[in-house]
Design a protein around this ligand. Structure first.
Ligand SMILES: O=C(O)CCC(=O)C(=O)O
Length: 261
């Protein structure tokens, strides 16, 4: 898949692109069917909620399930990622964020952050030349705590006044302060990413985003695939493969029906 010039310009200006129907219902059903296998896997990337013990997110589902391995080579992801980053790409990270509906406790949210801050601090990723792709596996509505983004916030570069959170299981985030957020939204406002299963967003890895806790009864699963430019290899390869890939082989896209075969 190739983006138009207007789409590339929009990504560079606003920091994101949104595709309401990137994957068909048949493809979503195939991806959806991986969730229970991935969530039940006895793998180091499976992280549970501290309060309720339900699965919160899984790092590295592509290492667990062959279907997600194929998704990592999907031409509808690779083509645009190569165009936006201006080079061949490799899969830096995949993660499935489940955001279960209300069980014993609501599913906790994600504070305002830039994904690049983690990779810069922990992995020594030199430049923000990675693109974060989120594929909706459930309906995202105003009710089930959608991802909120601050358009144009990537133009601020890495925001360093944030408060580093303690490192937990080789994962950390720098949280954007309220003062900075107020300035950011004056320029770009706030946009909730809403849509049906099969929709997908592409965001610049410096785009500020977050989400609140899910107090609805509905699960809200997003399959994230993060591609880095092969020219932007990380300088510290200390984290495990499911957090930060060491295999930098440029991806050759599979055929467009690779999920259906
Ligand atoms: O899916 C969400 O609510 C946000 C996830 C997120 O920001 C992250 O995993 O870094």
């Amino acid at each position: 898949m190739r983006l138009t010039n207007a789409q590339v310009e929009q990504f560079n200006r606003e920091g994101y692109l949104f595709f309401p129907t990137l994957f068909s219902p048949e493809e979503v059903a195939i991806l959806e069917a991986t969730i229970s296998d991935v969530a039940q896997a006895d793998a180091p990337g499976v992280k549970r909620e501290e309060s309720s013990h339900t699965v919160r997110m899984i790092h590295g589902p592509h290492l667990i399930h062959e279907t997600i391995g194929r998704l990592a080579c999907h031409p509808r992801l690779i083509g645009p990622a190569q165009q936006l980053l201006g080079s061949p790409v490799y899969l830096f990270q995949s993660r499935l964020v489940l955001k279960q509906g209300l069980e014993n406790r609501p599913f906790e949210g994600f504070p305002w952050h830039q994904d690049f801050s983690t990779w810069y601090l922990l992995d020594g990723m030199p430049e923000p030349r990675a693109v974060v792709i989120g594929i909706f596996l459930d309906e995202m509505t105003a009710c089930n705590a959608p991802v909120l983004i601050v358009p144009q916030s990537h133009r601020w570069g890495l925001i360093s006044d944030g408060r580093p959170l303690p490192k937990v299981e080789h994962y950390t985030q720098v949280v954007i302060s309220r003062e900075v957020l107020q300035d950011l939204v004056k320029e770009g406002g706030l946009v909730p990413l809403l849509g049906s299963p099969g929709a997908a967003f592409f965001i610049n890895c410096n785009l500020v985003h977050g989400s609140s806790e899910n107090i609805s009864p509905w699960r809200r699963a997003i399959q994230y695939m993060i591609f880095n430019s092969v020219e932007n290899r990380c300088l510290r390869m200390t984290r495990q493969e499911h957090h930060a890939a060491r295999d930098l082989t440029p991806i050759t896209p599979l055929s467009d029906d690779c999920l259906l075969r």
